[in-house]
Every structure is written in structure tokens, then in C-alpha cells.
Design a binder for this molecule. Structure first.
Ligand code: FAD
Length: 462
């Protein structure tokens, strides 16, 4: 930001907003500045906990006038730590978490500070669902603005693919609504282009009839069966019907008796259809192709399934992630996945292979900024550990694995699965993420809606 000649005044800011403002070293400051990634230790000048849309626009104006960097926070889960900033203002939307369901129109309006748990809790009683991510404390805002992958990506697409309207605080401190008919160019950019264009105050989604109970499960494989399991997935995922989504995780489990201490490959699946018999038949086919060592399969309440993986990634762990698309599970790729899988420790690293296609792939490539709708698989390599002394080794593992996969990448990266790159290292490259055509289009929108790059604490389109 350009330095302001006026020294910012905390009492001035307090006088302008209704929400709580916490300054450096005031009571509650450490809790107010903390984000999910424990490696991100930034000291903002102030944290504003917005009490309404008026606080959002007023804080935008204040940061602009004072020449302070502005970080915007929804759920605080951004892996690169973009929900906070040194010496600037954090605009925390956590108090704004209402979710209003319109069952007859099948739409859901979500305030921008809501978590995924808030959304699922509100939609489930209506037999509806919005496709979102898999860890319930994640913020709907960062998730949706980047894309939003989860257990319902194949039947219904990304969270962003179901987004019909965004209410936004703009760079000049005003408000607007972006939809297909109002500011359509901005609306396009908000479907995967991240937090570059304004502060979203609410999102309106299309919802789908759903559950509340779902056929879900995990097939577990020990390392000596991994090759067979990956090869079976290559085959099995070729012609699956849309309702079947899988996320295959390889991790070394925590040292609890029932799982032992060997690394595991876990094929997780969710079958989003009331036709349980077809779902059962599909899973039986996978069992025949690669018999698992163990399994946990059955009907689960959707909200239980959506929080089943929460304990794996609690707030405060240190984290560094990278991701890539790829198209084949042949011998060369399987070699890498098997070798890297057995090198993992607990707590340290894990990786997920999201199997795509279905509704995700039917969205035309140019319809959103999200890259590479043709990708068959998306790999997310995620480091998560407790001790600062492990930083170097864990980061090196994630980078090494990601470099191994580079020859097989089919294009694009997912901003929401990107960690913070230390300065001097190959950092966020918007052309590599979005591709040159979409990057140029995003740049055009950025120039129109935020020409001074006020919103730059994000995966920045500068
Ligand atoms: P925050 O840190 O609050 O914000 C992140 C960034 O989003 C901010 O810098 C800002 O640029 C932008 N932003 C936030 N709020 C607003 C707003 N109101 N207006 C404008 N910009 C805003 N992703 C998936 O797709 N699927 C998953 O299943 C999934 N699981 C995850 C599990 C864990 C444990 C974690 C840590 C992350 C996961 N992610 C997943 C990635 C997640 O989508 C991103 O980390 C996302 O940025 C989190 O959003 P947030 O609102 O919690 O983040």
C-alpha cells in the first residue's frame, strides 16, 4: 500500500464501526490474530470483527484512507495465511454467519463469515445440500471464491459452480450485487478468482435435494496392496455415474491401536443417490478389482460424514500444501504415489487424490476462472505437523513430491490448496494457475473493480 501521511488512530476506527476492534497487545489480541495455519504468525495493527455490512464498507474505507494493508477473513483456513497481515487491518467476518434457506426456490443465502458446518446444519433439515468442502470449520467465503471441491463435486460441480449471486463491499467502500445479469464480468471472476475483487458479504447458492442419510465409506489398503488399489482406481473411475465421488487419501495414521502404525491408502467414497443398490454394486466392483484389507462402509448422516475428518486437521497445526492435476494412474505415476506414500509420518504429511469428471467436467472451460475442467484427477499434497523443528523436512517433502509429479501435470493449479511460498522460492504464478487467457480476463476485471489493488492480501492478480 502507499504510505499515508495520516497516522492511523484505533479510536477513530472504533468510532466508525459497531463490531469489536482489537489492537496490538490488547486483551484478546492473540486469539483475534490467530488463523488455522499455526506457521502463520502475523501481527496486524488491528482486527475488526464486523457486526454488519456497514462495518465491512467502513473498514474498507478506513484501510484505504490510512494506507494500511487489508486482509479479509472468513473461516481463517487459508493455507497460505491470507486471512491475516502484518501491521495492517484484518477484516474478520466471523460474526456474520446466518444461513437462510428458501426451500421452494431451492436457494441458500449464506453470510460470508459462515463455516461449512453452518451451511450443512441449515440445509440438512430441508433435505437440501450445497456442494462444499470436507472439513467443517473451513470458511464458505475462501472456499467458494477459490472453487470448492468436496464429496459432491461429481454430482453437482464445485461450490462456485452453484453460486448464483454475491453481495460485495467494493474497493471504494460501496456495495454491489454480482450475478449473471448485474456485473456479469465481476460475477465470472468471483467463481474461482479468489478474494481479489472486493469483500463478499453474502453468497447465494443453488441447492440440491439430498439425504440426509447417504451411502458412504472407506476401503483401507496396506502398502503391499497399494499398486493393485491404484490400478483398480484407474479402471474403476473411468465410467462411474455422477453420484459417485471418491477422494483417495494416503497417510500414516496416528498411533492408535485399531489401525496400527503402517501407512494406509484409504479410498473414501460418497454415493449421492437414493438408489443404494446401484451404489453397493459399484463398490462391490471395486472390491473385486482390489480387495481391501479392511473397510468401513454403510449409511451415514450427511452432517456426520462432513465432520468425520475434522480431527485430522485441527486449528493451530503448521501447514504447507501444493497441488496439481493429472490424468493417468499408470505404472510411472503409481511408482511415485507408492514411494511417497510410504515416506510419510504422523503428524507430517498426507495426500488426497480427488477423482473428477461428472458435473465438474460438464461446466464449459471458459464459464469460470477455475482451471482445467478436463482433468481426471487432482492431487493435493498436504503437510500438517506440530513442531517448528519439522518445518524444513515437511516442506521439502511436499515440494519434492510435487516436483516428482510435475512431468504428469495436465495444467492449472487450485489456489485453495496452495501454501505460503517463502520469499525467494517459486511463488504464486497466476498464469500457471489460471492459464494465460483466463489470467488476462481476470486482470481486466481487476483493473475495473480494484485498480489500486487494495485487495492484495490473497492469491493476487496484480
Ligand atoms: P480465510 O483464511 O478466512 O480467507 C482466505 C482468503 O479468502 C482471504 O485471503 C481472502 O482472499 C479470501 N476471503 C475470505 N473471505 C472473504 C470475503 N468475505 N470476501 C472476499 N475475499 C474473502 N478446499 C476445498 O476446496 N475443499 C476442501 O475439502 C477443503 N478442505 C480444507 C480443509 C482444511 C483443514 C483447510 C485448512 C483447508 C481446506 N480447503 C479445502 C482449502 C480452503 O478452501 C481454503 O483454505 C480457503 O481459502 C479457506 O477459506 P476461509 O474462508 O476459511 O479462509
Amino acid at each position: 500500500m502507499t504510505a499515508s501521511t495520516v497516522r492511523p488512530d484505533l479510536e477513530d476506527l472504533r468510532g466508525r464501526v459497531a463490531g469489536v476492534v482489537t489492537g496490538q497487545d490488547e486483551p484478546g489480541y492473540d486469539a483475534a490474530r490467530a488463523v488455522w495455519n499455526g506457521m502463520i504468525d502475523r501481527r496486524p495493527w488491528a482486527v475488526v470483527r464486523a457486526a454488519g455490512v456497514g462495518d465491512v464498507t467502513e473498514t474498507i474505507r478506513f484501510a484505504r484512507e490510512a494506507g494500511l494493508d487489508l486482509a479479509v477473513r472468513g473461516g481463517g483456513h487459508n493455507v497460505a495465511g491470507h486471512g491475516t497481515v502484518d501491521d495492517g487491518v484484518v477484516l474478520d467476518l466471523g460474526e456474520l454467519h446466518d444461513v437462510a434457506v428458501n426451500p421452494s426456490a431451492r436457494t441458500v443465502r449464506v453470510e460470508a463469515g459462515a463455516t461449512l458446518a453452518d451451511v450443512d446444519a441449515a440445509t440438512e433439515p430441508h433435505g437440501l445440500v450445497v456442494p462444499i468442502g470436507v472439513v467443517s470449520g473451513t470458511g464458505i467465503a475462501g472456499l467458494t471464491l477459490g472453487g470448492g471441491l468436496g464429496w459432491l463435486t461429481r454430482p453437482y460441480g464445485l461450490s462456485a459452480d452453484n453460486l448464483v449471486m454475491v453481495e460485495l463491499g467494493t474497493a471504494d467502500g460501496d456495495t454491489l450485487t454480482a450475478s449473471e445479469t448485474e456485473h456479469p464480468d465481476l460475477c465470472w471472476a468471483l467463481h474461482g478468482g479468489g478474494g481479489n475483487f472486493g469483500v463478499a458479504t453474502s453468497f447465494t447458492f443453488r441447492a440440491h435435494a439430498h439425504g440426509p442419510r447417504l451411502f458412504t465409506g472407506s476401503l483401507l489398503y496396506r502398502p503391499d496392496r497399494w499398486r493393485a488399489a491404484w490400478a483398480a482406481l484407474q479402471e474403476w473411475t473411468r465410467d462411474l455415474p455422477d453420484p459417485m465421488t471418491t477422494i483417495t487419501t494416503t497417510l500414516t495414521p496416528p498411533p492408535v491401536a485399531e489401525l496400527g502404525d503402517q501407512p494406509l491408502l484409504v479410498v473414501g467414497f460418497a454415493w449421492a443417490s437414493p438408489d443404494r443398490a446401484t451404489g453397493e454394486a459399484l463398490v462391490s466392483r471395486l472390491r473385486r478389482l482390489a480387495p481391501p484389507d479392511e473397510e468401513q462402509v454403510g449409511e451415514t448422516r450427511w452432517t456426520e460424514w462432513q465432520s468425520a475428518f475434522d480431527p485430522l486437521l485441527p486449528k493451530g497445526v503448521r501447514a504447507y500444501w501444493r497441488n496439481t492435476s493429472f490424468d493417468r494412474l499408470d505404472d510411472e505415476v503409481i511408482d511415485i504415489l507408492c514411494r511417497r506414500g510410504t515416506e510419510q509420518v504422523w503428524p507430517g504429511t498426507a495426500f488426497d487424490v480427488h477423482h473428477l469428471g461428472g458435473a465438474f467436467a460438464r461446466v464449459p472451460e471458459s464459464a469460470t476462472p477455475f482451471p482445467n475442467r478436463a482433468a481426471r484427477f487432482w492431487l493435493n499434497i498436504y503437510g500438517f505437523w506440530d513442531e517448528p523443528s519439522d518445518d524444513t523436512a515437511r516442506i521439502a517433502f511436499v515440494r519434492g513430491f510435487s516436483d516428482d509429479m510435475a512431468p504428469f501435470a495436465t495444467g492449472g493449479q487450485y489456489i485453495n490448496f496452495q501454501g505460503q511460498e517463502p520469499s525467494g522460492h517459486r511463488g504464486f504464478d497466476p498464469q500457471a494457475v489460471f492459464g494465460p487467457t483466463k489470467y488476462r480476463r481476470l486482470l481486466d476485471v481487476k483493473r475495473r473493480y480494484d485498480p489500486d489493488n487494495l485487495f492484495h492480501v490473497n492469491h493476487n492478480i496484480a
